[in-house]
Design a protein around this ligand. Structure first.
Ligand code: JHZ
Length: 415
């Protein structure tokens, strides 16, 4: 398996050497490494993107090991605060935790990968002490400026021990969309177990691997996402560290289908958690067979999308992309959608404006470009926010603009 690159030699969770690769998305640039104008024309880093299944603990993972500093410190322009849907989801979670856990000014909430403080600021507003931890420099600086105490560091067992030695124990640990980003999984989870107060709760959110497969969300695969989780793989990972999967919630409209796992030291499971574990076994999500035909389905979506965009172009249509998202970069690069098919990409995140999409180099513009230029079609690269985006862009649609979603299969949306 070693092709002279940094490739994981064994499963990141259980250490099994029997990883079975089931998808090859080619050699792609880093999905969040938007290209600055002065760097266009210079070579970009590119890495193979192969996905594998672990038959021993069921964890789906990529083989490549890009150093986290390259991913989250040098090339990271993702700010969580640009989606109203996500902000609302975070606030509801905070309100629930404060009530359910009776959190007060004596409590401590720690968020791992706290980004720009989009979630923790809700605790701060209600007088509950927090600590954010996030290695991304601009995002942690934005959080501090917004009044959210934040450490700009990678989390792991060492940092957890240091915080413990300072007398800190977390009543709540929140880890949203970060467990996928961690190459040293056991160090990370061991850190969570170390930092958690005895009766504390951990909530972890991550896109559900079942949705990835069932809805052909292959564009959510990129080098930042080392792992793709099910309840089964989470449960096995947590148990190794004395932690227990207590409860599961599902949010079908978040990031293409997200699970929230409630984890603690108590050895009990809700009916929902039992149901998910049993169902994953019954449907075979814990065997390689579930993943066997995925590569063919990805190939078919890719071809359909190229045919659709190519046909529209041949008829003289102009096409823009919406969302300079990491998944947008995988979609463009793994499918081969260059500037010959999509002219430019718009995004609400001001930090991304003036850059160019990794690999394919469409310029990234502000969303006002859609009304200024009125392209015939907009390819929703951030299809996970389709509803929110289409509501914002009602004027574009009223003037005759049409939206295309790429997955689960390419479709031009009516009206
Ligand atoms: P978004 C993100 O992935 C980030 P990405 C991260 N890699 C992760 O783990 C997964 O989610 C789960 C913009 N936008 O969040 C903002 C608008 O312009 O789907 C973003 O640049 N207007 C940590 O990067 C992009 O679109 C809008 O109205 O694939 C969306 O990126 C909205 C709602 C978003 O994903």
């Amino acid at each position: 398996m070693d092709r002279g690159r940094a490739v994981t030699p064994a499963c990141r969770s259980c250490g099994s050497p029997r990883l079975e690769a089931f998808l090859d998305l080619g050699v792609t640039p880093l999905a969040d490494a938007l290209v600055r104008p002065e760097a266009v024309g210079q070579p970009e880093d590119r890495f193979p993107l192969d996905v594998a299944f672990c038959p021993d603990c069921t964890l789906v993972q990529i083989l490549e090991e890009v150093p986290p500093e390259k991913l989250f410190v040098e090339n990271y322009l993702y700010f969580s605060s640009f989606s109203d849907h996500l902000l609302d989801h975070a606030k509801r979670h905070v309100d629930w935790l404060i009530n359910e856990r009776s959190l007060s000014s004596d409590s401590l909430v720690v968020e791992l990968a706290s980004n720009d403080g989009y979630l923790l600021k809700n605790f701060v507003n209600r007088g509950v002490p927090v600590l954010g931890i996030d290695p991304a420099p601009d995002q942690s600086a934005a959080a501090i400026a917004a009044g959210v105490p934040t450490l700009a560091e990678f989390f792991g067992v060492e940092l957890a021990e240091k915080l413990r030695s300072e007398g800190k124990a977390a009543d709540v640990i929140i880890a949203n969309n970060v467990l996928a980003h961690v190459p040293d999984l056991n160090g990370f989870v061991s850190g969570m177990a170390t930092l958690l107060a005895d009766d504390g709760i951990i909530t972890v959110e991550n896109p559900y691997v079942r949705d990835l497969i069932d809805h052909c969300e292959f564009d959510t695969i990129y080098h930042e996402h080392f792992c793709y989780y099910s309840c089964t793989s989470i449960d096995r990972l947590m148990q190794r560290h004395g932690l227990w999967l207590n409860h599961v919630e599902y949010f079908p409209n978040l990031h293409g289908g997200t699970l929230r796992w409630h984890i603690g030291r108590r050895r009990d499971r809700s009916d929902a958690a039992e149901h998910y574990l049993q169902n994953e076994h019954d449907t075979g999500l814990d065997t390689i067979d579930y993943y066997g035909k995925f590569a063919d389905r990805v190939g078919s979506v890719r071809q359909q999308l190229l045919d659709l965009l190519g046909g529209l172009r041949a008829d003289g249509a102009s096409i823009a992309g919406y969302g300079a998202a990491a998944k947008g970069s995988t979609m463009l690069n793994a499918t081969g959608i260059g500037r010959d098919l999509v002219d430019y990409v718009v995004d609400r995140n001001v930090h991304k404006h003036g850059t160019f999409m990794p690999g394919t180099h469409q310029p990234v513009l502000g969303t006002e470009a859609l009304l200024e230029r009125q392209p015939d079609y907009v390819l929703l690269l951030a299809w996970n926010f389709a509803e929110e985006i289409m509501a914002q862009q009602s004027e574009y649609a009223a003037r005759g603009g049409r939206f295309i979603v790429p997955v689960p299969e390419p479709e031009v949306l009516s009206g």
